[in-house]
Design a protein around this ligand. Structure first.
Ligand SMILES: Nc1ncnc2c1ncn2[C@@H]1O[C@H](COP(=O)(O)OP(=O)(O)O)[C@@H](O)[C@H]1O
Ligand SMILES: [Mg+2]
Length: 270
């Protein structure tokens, strides 16, 4: 268990080729909690996440601050930023296959990653990986290390990608639409896993999803983005049951089962 760390995003702006995309994002990411970032496609959720991990598009011009551990991440040099990425702030993406090399066994690629960051021996790294795969509930962890990405289902692959992301014991995990590409039947398992990592490891999670249903089941706090701004932010139950912004209300009204969402919002995912 590490000391949880939060992030404070202050007036974050991002423009590409003179076009303003993030228009002053303000957001408090509470340590050791799940902060959900919701909003329609194109509202700037992914670029906010990429800014947090220090991987915005090359042409992007950023302003404002992302405060973490006493520093403004936007002002760090490349070396410090690269050291933070992966080690303290990690990310998982919508398509787990995209973060894994198709031609390398899971064991080879994750072992290299862990050895590099944690300076472990080959056997030490493998032990750590078996442990991690067990933690994310991949069946037969030892066998899994010998397999290649295409030999797993999407849900198992997302578990493996999450294991890779948390291998170096980051304090913050940015999860961008982690269940969007998955079969509905396996989505709940991944969400449950994220909840467990937050509760058991004290991981601070930024959960990005356009799906307010997912959000209402999982996030402790919800921010709703629109046109590059956070238009609503609050505790989950407050946002779902008493949205302050008409845009949030329209999203909630569009949920297939908003009554269920409201009741989910009132209790934790077990
Ligand atoms: N690499 C890029 N270059 C130029 N524009 C981009 C790039 N990535 C995203 N955008 C634009 O920025 C806006 C916000 O994108 P994004 O953060 O991906 O939104 P979301 O994740 O909420 O769907 C969109 O209009 C998108 O077209
Ligand atoms: Mg996105």
């Amino acid at each position: 268990m590490s000391d949880p760390a939060g992030l404070s995003i202050e007036d974050l702006t991002l423009s590409i080729d003179g076009r303003s995309i993030l228009d002053g994002v303000d957001l408090e990411v509470a340590p050791g909690r799940i902060t959900g970032l919701a909003g329609e496609s194109g509202s700037g959720k992914t670029l906010t996440g990429m800014s947090i991990i220090g991987l915005p598009p090359e042409r992007a011009v950023l302003g404002g601050a992302i405060r973490y551990g006493g520093a403004n991440l936007l002002e760090l040099g490349d070396k410090k930023r690269n050291a933070l990425r992966g080690a303290q702030i990690a990310m998982v993406f919508q398509d787990p296959a995209a973060s894994l090399h198709p031609m390398m066994s899971i064991g080879t690629q994750l072992t290299d990653h862990v050895r590099y960051h944690l300076r472990l021996s080959r056997s030490g790294a493998r032990e750590r990986l078996v442990d991690l795969l067990r933690q994310v509930r991949v069946p037969d962890p030892e066998g899994a290390l010998r397999k290649y990405p295409h030999q797993f289902s999407g849900g198992q692959l997302q578990r493996i990608a999450i294991a890779g992301a948390i291998a170096c014991e980051p304090k913050v995990l940015v999860a961008d639409e982690p269940t969007t590409a998955l079969d509905v039947t396996v989505q709940a398992g991944i969400l449950h896993l994220l909840r467990g990592l937050c509760d058991n490891l004290g991981l601070t999670i930024v959960l990005i999803t356009h799906d307010l249903g997912v959000m209402s089941a999982l996030a402790d706090q919800i921010a709703v983005m629109r046109h590059g701004k956070v238009v609503e932010f609050g505790n989950r139950a407050d946002v779902i049951q008493r949205p302050a912004h008409p845009y949030t209300r329209s999203l909630i009204d569009a949920l297939p089962d908003r009554v269920a969402a409201a009741s989910l919002a009132a209790k934790e995912v077990g």
